[in-house]
Design a protein around this ligand. Structure first.
Ligand SMILES: Nc1nc2c(c(=O)[nH]1)N[C@H]1C(S)=C(S)[C@@H](COP(=O)(O)O)O[C@H]1N2
Ligand SMILES: [Mo]
Length: 215
């Protein structure tokens, strides 16, 4: 895509009210994170996903267990706090709402927030209702292929917006942990890694909630 085509594509999404303020369209998929990219063996035998905290029964799913969970596909626009937005990205994975609806996870009534734990101690926090929305996914595939190591293989959280309701309940892309290893259900909120380091806790791209102003 040359610069002219990029501007043209940006104009179109803007006219469709899909480009949040201060953002620009990219065709690329930038890689952003703190720390090293984890390496796993081909069979992922050392990998698991834990669900702990305020749930009726804590679980630990192996990669084989993950394959048996119900799956969803969706197409969303994603918005990075560093000012790029990427449109019509296609993801496949597991919906937290479905896991709860189908009894794979039963949160206790006191649970109000969920912390996503990534590899190497990375965390990000969201209200439980935000993670039940259909624009939040525990994603394993991007554009039909397993997510690459740089982007969070084998499992990451993603949050974005749908073309036909672009402003509803979305957050900047950092609210999805790459290399996710655990979901922690809590009563009280607890700031995640970037949230402690100056990013806004709510992170609504339509409100430009980029930084907290606490620093
Ligand atoms: N584990 C982990 N997940 C992370 C981060 C990180 O540092 N570690 N950074 C977040 C940030 S700030 C962004 S913008 C997105 C970037 O995702 P991408 O590299 O796939 O574009 O991942 C988020 N998830
Ligand atoms: Mo970011």
């Amino acid at each position: 895509m040359n610069p002219l085509q990029r501007r043209q594509a940006e104009k179109i999404v803007k006219s469709q009210n899909r480009l949040p303020p201060g953002q620009s369209l990219t065709e690329k998929f930038p890689v952003l994170h703190y720390g090293p990219v984890p390496q796993y063996s081909a069979d992922l035998s050392e990998w698991d996903l834990r669900v702990f905290g305020l749930v009726e029964k804590e679980v630990r799913w192996t990669w084989a267990d993950i394959q048996k969970l119900p799956r969803h596909s969706l197409t969303m626009d994603i918005h990075c706090v560093t000012r790029w937005s990427k449109f019509d990205t296609q993801w496949e994975g597991i919906s937290l709402k479905t896991l709860v609806d189908e009894g794979f996870i039963t949160p206790l009534p006191e649970a109000n927030f969920i912390i996503q734990h990534g590899e190497h101690g990375f965390t990000t926090n969201l209200p439980i209702e935000a993670m039940y929305e259909d624009n939040f996914l525990l994603a394993t595939h991007f554009e039909g292929k397993p997510i690459t190591a740089d982007h969070g293989y084998p499992l990451r959280g993603i949050v974005g917006s749908f073309a036909d309701r672009s402003e509803s309940g979305t957050a900047y892309f950092w609210k999805g942990a790459k290399w996710m290893r655990a979901l922690e259900f809590r009563a009280d909120d607890q700031l995640g890694f970037w949230e402690r380091n100056g990013y806004h806790n709510e992170a609504d791209p339509w409100q430009e909630q980029r930084f907290s102003g606490r620093f």
